[in-house]
Ligand binder design. Structure first.
Ligand code: MN3
Length: 200
């Protein structure tokens, strides 16, 4: 008898108290330990016995979006989104991107501070639950807001970074002040080397 699940929550790449005070351990316990896990559990339940059970998580995101299998997509999208969300952060962060990513940010947004301002503005513009992304379009970069569990991958785009702006991501630590949460992550917790490594 094989009890192994098809889709599995990856380990958190840091201790649950290590992003504090930008993101508290209380938030991480809920956000990673409950919400992110729940998306995987639901995806496993929904995918069992379907064609999706034989696909990679990335392919499930793309195919379920294309086929309008909304429940599968919601959970696969959110399972995928949060993997990037955790992987792109590190305790203490890095102050700024360097190399090619730095040059592309200057070209697309003016300078790094302007990029951060534009990212925060775009994140405020996501109405209700959703995500704010940094996306690579060949030689240029774009900031993209998406609703609910949608992501650049579903739209054939390439994500470098994504910040969760569902209330569960920030309400315990920032109450209703979404821009403070986004600013705090951008300024203190992004692993820009990781983001840079996502460039095509
Ligand atoms: Mn979330």
């Amino acid at each position: 008898m094989n009890d192994a699940k098809k889709f599995n929550l990856p380990p958190l790449p840091f201790g649950e108290n290590e992003l504090s005070p930008v993101i508290s351990s209380d938030t991480i316990q809920l956000h990673y330990g409950k919400h992110h896990l729940a998306y995987f559990n639901m995806l496993n339940t929904l995918a069992e016995g379907t064609k999706y059970n034989d696909m990679s998580l990335e392919d499930v995101v793309v195919e379920s979006f294309k086929n309008k299998d909304q429940k599968i997509f919601n959970n696969a999208g959110q399972a995928w989104n949060h993997i990037l969300y955790w992987d792109q952060m590190k305790p203490g962060g890095e102050s700024a991107p360097s190399g090619k990513l730095h040059a592309m940010i200057e070209e697309s947004f003016g300078d790094f501070d302007s990029f951060k301002d534009q990212f925060v503005q775009q994140s405020i513009g996501v109405f209700g639950s959703g995500w704010c992304w940094l996306v690579q379009n060949d030689s240029s970069l774009e900031i993209l807001g998406t609703p609910n569990g949608e992501n650049p991958l579903a739209h054939g785009k390439h994500a470098l970074m994504g910040i969760d702006v569902w209330e569960h991501a920030y309400y315990l630590d920032y109450k209703n002040v979404r821009p403070d949460y986004v600013k705090a992550i951008l300024n203190n917790s992004i692993n820009w080397s990781f983001v840079s490594d996502q460039l095509k």
